[in-house]
Design a protein around this ligand. Structure first.
Ligand SMILES: NC(=O)c1ccc[n+]([C@@H]2O[C@H](COP(=O)([O-])OP(=O)(O)OC[C@H]3O[C@@H](n4cnc5c(N)ncnc54)[C@H](O)[C@@H]3O)[C@@H](O)[C@H]2O)c1
Length: 383
């Protein structure tokens, strides 16, 4: 018998759908001690909340998240709302000793993130942040290969996350669907939205970042604000690049923009070690590029494209799905994340990234913003 775990989800947009899908699927594919129950969805508009609840099978709705966190029949608060709401909701939920699954980035900035870490650790409840790319099987395989020592000494890490959806100068900022362009709701632009993913993956694969130098640009300086109706200054970074030094001695470059015409979600990394290199691309997410120097330098030398669809444990998570050779997609990374969270809950060995782990990304983001402001190298605090 599985133990029910009552989910109270706040927000029903992109991530609300991705998480709901994961809750619905996870027990069909993974053998787990817990079973998520779609207890309540919260949205400010009752009609929309009801429609979402009907579509996904939520048992009830709330229109004020404060009511949801107080409810005795809710075990887990899932925060799927814009970044400026994460801290307030998490602090309230932690006070009610609810487990919390929070979307990324954890917070608007480091100090806010630290308050969330302290609150959740004081509450002593399970918590996790949805840096889902760790759970793409090819990315998890990269982590396993690195942990096995396949790369040897690492020299370089290179990451990109490119989009093109904000190029139009008359695109407004703020409100439903466009909160990402409003600094008051998002905290930052591509750095917190896109680079946060790249940083989380990099810290996981390559260890801590020691120092960095960053530059940002806001290409469109003013946009009409959907909430005020006025033309207002744009406060987010439209593009951000930084170079850094990792504690393991490797050098790295990171680039993110929403102005790379033709790119919708080009999220990639490449790692170059003394014995091997690895590469990954979200557009081909089931493949891991591997160059293994030890295989020889003969005329057939070259990169391999490993189709990460074989059985576990060699190919992480894949024995839970179809037969070898059949691929899975973006949404499965969320199913894997829920599965790992529930496994961690049952075993007492929490799944990562928890709030503290996600706070490390926040500290890097703060250093990026400070460096971009004054153009100097910044040390990244070890936390
Ligand atoms: N893990 C990932 O890959 C990933 C991808 C996209 C977004 N995100 C993160 O998820 C969060 C949500 O992003 P999204 O793309 O789903 O946004 P979205 O705009 O699609 O959805 C946001 C939802 O929050 C609701 N909302 C806003 N304020 C609210 C409030 N006070 N009370 C209740 N509901 C409220 C909106 O009505 C909407 O349903 C953000 O923090 C974002 O950074 C993560």
């Amino acid at each position: 018998m599985t133990k029910p775990l009552n989910i109270g989800m706040i927000g029903y947009g992109f991530m609300g759908r991705a998480h709901s899908n994961a809750y619905c699927k996870v027990n069909h594919f993974f053998d787990l001690k817990y079973r998520p129950v779609l207890k309540a969805v919260c949205a400010r508009n009752a009609e929309n909340a009801k429609a979402f609840a009907d579509q996904w099978g939520y048992e009830s709705i709330e229109t004020d998240w404060r009511k949801l966190v107080e409810r005795k029949d809710i075990d887990v608060i899932d925060i799927c709302t814009p970044n400026n709401t994460h801290a307030e909701i998490a602090l309230a939920a932690a006070a009610y000793k609810k487990m919390i699954l929070c979307e990324k980035p954890l917070a608007m900035n480091g100090p806010e993130g630290l308050k969330m870490v302290q609150a959740i650790e004081k509450a002593g409840v399970a918590n996790m942040v949805w840096y889902n790319y760790r759970r793409v099987p090819a990315v998890t395989l990269a982590k396993n290969l690195i942990d096995e020592g396949k790369l040897g000494r690492v020299f370089h890490y290179r990451a990109k996350f490119l989009q093109d959806w904000t190029i139009k100068a008359d695109l407004p900022q703020g409100g439903q669907g466009l909160w990402r362009i409003d600094v008051a709701a998002a905290g930052s632009g591509v750095s917190g939205d896109l680079l946060a993913h790249c940083i989380d993956t990099a810290l996981w694969l390559n260890g801590p970042i020691e120092s960095l130098s960053a530059t940002t640009e806001t290409f469109v300086k003013e946009r009409k604000h959907n909430l005020t109706g006025k033309v207002e200054k744009v406060g987010i970074d439209d593009a951000c690049m930084f170079m850094c030094r990792f504690a393991n001695g490797s050098l790295a470059t990171f680039e993110s923009t929403r102005y790379a015409r033709g790119h919708k979600a080009l999220n990639t990394f490449e790692i170059n070690g003394e014995n091997a290199s690895l590469s990954w691309d979200l557009h081909d997410l089931h493949r891991l590029g591997v160059y293994d120097y030890k295989e020889g330098e003969g005329k057939l030398r070259g990169w391999k494209s490993v189709h990460v669809t074989d059985n576990s444990p060699e190919h992480p998570y894949m024995d839970k799905w179809w037969v070898p050779g059949l691929q899975i997609g973006y949404e499965h990374s969320f199913v894997h994340q829920v599965a790992d969270f529930l496994t961690g809950l049952a075993s007492g060995k929490p799944a990562m990234p928890d709030f503290r782990d996600a706070y490390r990304t926040q500290v890097v983001l703060d250093a990026i913003m400070e460096s971009a402001k004054d153009g100097t190298w910044k040390k990244v605090a070890a936390v």
